[in-house]
Design a protein around this ligand. Structure first.
Ligand SMILES: [Zn+2]
Length: 191
């Protein structure tokens, strides 16, 4: 499968230190995908890097009754984009989960349904096809890929450049991808 820089975009989901081994919300082997994502990004002219970016007391934190430990506090080092995806390769950054009372797994809209503007941004750039990589496969990658397809983009998840929070999620998430017209591809198949 050939990458077409004029109509393809790479969406790098939450490649952030807080999701790497050693971080508060560590995804197993999350660090293993950083170098190859940086390498892949060089082949795209549109690269969007999303960042989980939460205020103190965010609704997703366990202390507030949410499912997650404190992670990706806005402006913290753990919320920065991983250094293996340098600034020079990123066309646009998208910060999500910035409102205290609403979480946002998807890069296209938050959990209350408010659009982030990503869909319009990509369409204005002539993007028709999205390659989605990053963390975590069963949460933000899943939601972003499904919403991208629902927004009319052709969406491929580059499977070997994602990692899940829960390894047992694979069959369920694969079913969601199939139902949502999201395809899976391996990075080795991209040229
Ligand atoms: Zn979060």
């Amino acid at each position: 499968m050939r990458i077409d820089p004029t109509k393809d975009a790479l969406i790098v989901v939450d490649l952030q230190p807080d999701f790497m081994p050693g971080g508060p919300l560590a995804v197993s082997e999350g660090d293993r995908i950083a170098v190859p994502i940086g390498r892949l990004a060089r082949r795209f002219s549109t690269v969007v890097a999303t960042q989980d970016w939460h205020p103190e007391g965010h609704v997703s934190f366990a202390r507030q009754g949410g499912p997650w430990p404190i992670h990706c506090l806005a402006g913290s080092r753990g919320a920065a984009v991983h250094g293996d995806l340098p600034d020079t390769l990123v066309t646009s950054y998208l910060r999500k989960g910035t409102r205290k009372d609403v979480d946002s797994y998807s890069a296209f809209c938050d959990d209350a349904g408010l659009a982030t503007g990503l869909g319009g941004y990509l369409k204005e750039r002539g993007v028709a096809r999205l390659f989605v990589v990053g963390l975590a496969r069963d949460y933000c990658v899943r939601a972003t890929a499904l919403d991208g397809a629902a927004a009319g983009f052709e969406v491929l998840v580059v499977d070997d450049l994602t990692r899940p929070v829960d390894p047992a999620s694979r069959a369920r998430v694969d079913g969601d991808f199939a139902a949502g017209q999201v395809a899976l591809v391996d990075s080795a198949a991209l040229s």
